[in-house]
Structures are given as structure tokens and as C-alpha cells.
Design a protein around this ligand. Structure first.
Ligand code: GLN
Length: 453
């Protein structure tokens, strides 16, 4: 814990932490030491972690990196973090993220961008760590924690993991409780870990997962010991390679990495089969209807009364307007406007309902693959390596949205997906591959992920 607190202090330029909790950390570490000395201590006793600022932490400021939450300090603890503390983990602080987890570069945070600890060979240009869990990924990559919590609505665990050479798993929808996590798009949001290795991510997920009656979408199924899946045989497993993921204009380096990953799995005894996910091309447009629709509804609660910041006005309506105008950033406002529009009378059927139908088709594509005996699907995690701070999405938000092209389908279908570091590009930046699994079969992803890492 001390070593990590020192490292955090020395690496403040990365802007990975938005709140450091050294006193709390030392106290928790001492408590863990005492447990260990008595021959006890949970599976994470004394392991220092960073927590994405989307998770409510009792008595510690939680902002979702939005001005509208101000100094909001929850009087409750999220279920996921409660379980981590139960198992002995130590809180180092809260990690930066895109405002309300809306973004792919961690540039929409009210605390400013996170800097990726990686640089292009021979260049000092600052790169983004990906988003929205950019602080989590950068902190793990830079050794500012042993692991971190993150959330993934459309790729926010897997894309930043790929950009920073770390491992990120989004488990099956319902595997981790969403209780106490600031809601973005409730039917897509899932928590998961970002860690240095596949094994570390398996250990962390075991503590994070589990049924919680306080989240009605959380699933009541036993949590397996994911770590024991590591080193498990992948012989005879059928791995699907979806032809629709071969994008025109995809960098040759990504193509090469993808083939390389397939070769590694083959060498370990897996069988590769081409599969088709014909509705892939509709996933991104459908996601950018469903996610903003749910967000516009979830964000209605920030009214200047219940949480954090308030800007007064001559009457209550003006107070709402002033608070929301000053409290939300540009990307969040854009999503609220899109979401409100697609849910409004007259447009609901044309946009929202249609997007939900497309979502069902996307889900069926995956079901058909799995019905053919496919155990997992291998794809690139991202269409490029990390890009520069300020480089994308300025005038054209869609340019930024395209980053999610390989990851959003997984959320739309509620499936588990893992991003594993698999190589480097010609400039030395990390590149990741993604494995997509059957519902609640995270174990297969850990077995296969370990072959690739
Ligand atoms: N980048 C996507 C978005 O902006 C996904 C974000 C996420 O997974 N939280 O919506």
C-alpha cells in the first residue's frame, strides 16, 4: 500500500486519480495485516485497488467525474466495492473516467483528461488511455494500483484495457450487481475489473460478482472460482472468427494481430471456424439510440435538489435549468438531447423501438453461433492503438463513437467479453484482442485469454 501511495504521488501528471485516500488506505492495510497475522484475511487481504469514480464509496466523494455531482459524498457503499472490502482489499482512491462514463478517451471528465502512460516510440505526444474507464486502465498500467474496478456500457472496460496493455473483462449482464454504481444505460451497464494479468482479473472478478437482491437484474447463480479456469485445456474448443469484423480500411497491424491470436489458439489445440454475425453493421447506430435513451431517463434525477451542485434561479424550473446547464458537460448534454428525442411521442417507434428490434437480431446472431458449437469468438478489441489527446471527436462525435465498433455488440447481447494484450504496433503501442463468450461462461474466456496473453 505504501509503495502504491508513493507511486500515485509521483505520477500525478497522469491525472489517473481524482481523489486519493491515503489515510483510509493505511487503515485498511493495517486491518488486513492484523487479519493475516491471526491466520485469517480474505482472498484479497491487503491488495491495494483503485475504484472508478462511478462506484459509490461511503464517506468518500463520488462524482462520476461530473460537475453536477459536486462534492456528493454517499452514505452508502456499492455492492461491488462492499464485496472487495469484505475480501480484504484496500482503497487507494477514486479513479478518473469520462463524465457519466460517456466517452472513449477519458476526455469528457470534469477533472480533465487522463494521460496514457504509454508513448509512441520517439515521441513525447500525450496519448489517451481510452475510455470511459481511462483512469482505471492508466493506473493499472502505470503501477498505481494492483487492480481497479471499471464499468462497461459499450466497451469502457475492454477498449481502455486494449489501449494500455492491461486485461479487462466485462462479465455477462447480471453477473455483478449494479447497485451503488452511477447509472448510465441500465440495460447495458456492467462492472468488471481491469488488471495486469488474466489471473489477476479472474481473482478480482470472483470477489466482485454475485447475486444481490438490491439489483433486480443481478442473477442468482453461484460464482465459480474463476482462477481455476486458468491453465485449463482449450483442446477441441471451436473458436469463431466473424467475417463481418474484417473492416475495410482496418490497419494491417490489427489484421495481423488477429491472425496471430488465432494461430496461438490453434497451437493450443482449438479449432478455428469462420462465423457470421450479419447484423454487426447495425450495432453502433442502434447502441447510440438505446444508450442515450436510457441515459436521458437516468440523468433526470440530477435536478439540483437531490445531489451535489445547485445553481439557483428565480423559481424552481429555472433552478433545474440553471443547474443542469452548468452541471453537465457537452457530451452528456448531447446524449440527453438524443435520448429525449428518440423517446418522444412520434419518434419512439421510428427510433427507439427499432433499435430494440435490432438489438434482438444482434443477440440472435450470437445465439446462432453458439448453437453451432462455438465456445468463444475472437475479434480485435479496437480498430486502432491509442490515439493522441485532442486528436479525435472534436468536430465530429461519430469519429469517437467508431472506436466502439468491436465492443458494443457484446453489451447489446449481454455477453461476457475480455480484452487481452496481444502485441504492439509498429510504434510500440499495445494492441489487444477480444474474446466473446457464452452467457455466464467467463471461465472459457479466462482459459483462452491466458493462452493469448
Ligand atoms: N464509448 C461508449 C460511449 O461513449 C461506451 C462507454 C461505456 O462503455 N461506458 O457510450
Amino acid at each position: 500500500t505504501d509503495a502504491h501511495l508513493n507511486a500515485i504521488e509521483a505520477a500525478r501528471v497522469l491525472n489517473a486519480y481524482v481523489l486519493e485516500t491515503p489515510d483510509q488506505a493505511r487503515q485498511m492495510a493495517q486491518a488486513a495485516d492484523a487479519q493475516i497475522a491471526k491466520g485469517g484475511g480474505g482472498p484479497l487481504a491487503g491488495i491495494p485497488l483503485g475504484i472508478k469514480d462511478l462506484f459509490a464509496t461511503k464517506g468518500e466523494r463520488t462524482t462520476a467525474c461530473s460537475k453536477i455531482l459536486g462534492d456528493f459524498t454517499p452514505t452508502y457503499e456499492s455492492t461491488v466495492t462492499t464485496q472487495l472490502w469484505r475480501d480484504g482489499a484496500v482503497l487507494l482512491g477514486k479513479l478518473n473516467n469520462d463524465e457519466f462514463a460517456m466517452g472513449s478517451s477519458n476526455e469528457t471528465s470534469c477533472f480533465g483528461p487522463v494521460v496514457n502512460p504509454w508513448r509512441r516510440a520517439g515521441s513525447d505526444a500525450k496519448l489517451v488511455p481510452g475510455g470511459s474507464s481511462g483512469g482505471s486502465a492508466a493506473a493499472v498500467a502505470a503501477g498505481l494500483c494492483l487492480g481497479a474496478t471499471a464499468t462497461d456500457t459499450g466497451g469502457s472496460i475492454r477498449q481502455p484495457a486494449a489501449f494500455t496493455g492491461t486485461v479487462g473483462i466485462k462479465p455477462t449482464y447480471g453477473r455483478c450487481s449494479r447497485w451503488g454504481i452511477v447509472a448510465f444505460a441500465s440495460s447495458l451497464d456492467q462492472a468488471g475489473p481491469i488488471a495486469r494479468t488474466v489471473r489477476d482479473s479472474a481473482i478480482l472478478l470472483r470477489s466482485m460478482a454475485g447475486h444481490d437482491p438490491k439489483d433486480t437484474t443481478s442473477v442468482d447463480r453461484p460464482v465459480p472460482n474463476y482462477e481455476s479456469a486458468i491453465g485449463g485445456s482449450v483442446k477441441g474448443m471451436k473458436i469463431g472468427i466473424p467475417k463481418e469484423y474484417r473492416l475495410d480500411g482496418m490497419p494491417a497491424e490489427i489484421e495481423k494481430l488477429w491472425s496471430q491470436g488465432a494461430e496461438w489458439l490453434k497451437a493450443a489445440g482449438a479449432e478455428l471456424v469462420e462465423v457470421s454475425l450479419p447484423h454487426t453493421k447495425y450495432a453502433l447506430p442502434a447502441y447510440y439510440i438505446v444508450a442515450p435513451a436510457e441515459a436521458s431517463s437516468n440523468l433526470a434525477r440530477y435536478d439540483g435538489v437531490r445531489y451535489g451542485a445547485r445553481v439557483s434561479g428565480r423559481n424552481i424550473v429555472e433552478m433545474y435549468e440553471n443547474t443542469r446547464a452548468a452541471g453537465f458537460g457537452a457530451e452528456v448534454k448531447r446524449r440527453i438531447m438524443i435520448g429525449t428525442y428518440v423517446l418522444s411521442a412520434g419518434y419512439y417507434d421510428a427510433y427507439y423501438l427499432r433499435a430494440q428490434k435490432v438489438r434482438t437480431l444482434i443477440k440472435r446472431d450470437f445465439e446462432q453461433c453458439f448453437d453451432q458449437g462455438v465456445s468463444a469468438i475472437l475479434t480485435p478489441a479496437t480498430p486502432s492503438a491509442a490515439f493522441g489527446v485532442g486528436e479525435k471527436g472534436g468536430a465530429d462525435p461519430v469519429e469517437m463513437y467508431l472506436n466502439d465498433i468491436f465492443t458494443v455488440t457484446v453489451n447489446m447481447a449481454g455477453l461476457p467479453g475480455i480484452a487481452v494484450p496481444a502485441g504492439r504496433d509498429s510504434q510500440g503501442l499495445p494492441l489487444g484482442l477480444q474474446l466473446i463468450g457464452r452467457p455466464f461462461d467467463e471461465e472459457t474466456l479466462f482459459s483462452l485469454g491466458e493462452v493469448i496473453e
